[in-house]
Design a protein around this ligand. Structure first.
Ligand code: F3S
Length: 106
């Protein structure tokens, strides 16, 4: 599967969802996840993300490993998102920040 990492938190640009051929993105208040049961590893979403938040599971770095389980868990309860929409209003302010996990609204 592919995994949305912390870079997405408080940004949620949503460029990724427009290109997904299997509609595997799930939307929370300030983050998206990929449903690992639906993702076909096509990788077309990777270059679409302005903050490079999406990675193949095998390339997720050590400091983002927790996001693999978070994607899988939250994908079970969050609704599908298939159409791009405006980024969060303060996305530009948050796009270069790291360690955003405490900001994640579940
Ligand atoms: Fe998030 Fe990047 Fe998609 S910020 S919503 S993974 S385009």
């Amino acid at each position: 599967t592919h995994v949305v990492t912390e870079a997405c938190i408080r940004c949620k640009y949503t460029d990724c969802v427009d290109v997904c051929p299997v509609d595997c993105f799930r939307e929370g208040p300030n983050f998206l996840t990929i449903d690992p049961d639906e993702c076909i590893d096509c990788a077309v979403c990777i270059p679409e993300c302005p903050v490079n938040a999406i990675l193949p599971e095998e390339d997720v770095p050590g400091d983002q490993i927790h996001m693999i389980k978070i994607n899988a868990d939250l994908a079970k309860s969050w609704p599908s998102i298939t159409k791009r929409k405006p980024a969060l209003p303060d996305a530009e302010e948050w796009k270069d920040k790291t360690g955003k996990l405490p900001e994640l609204i579940r």
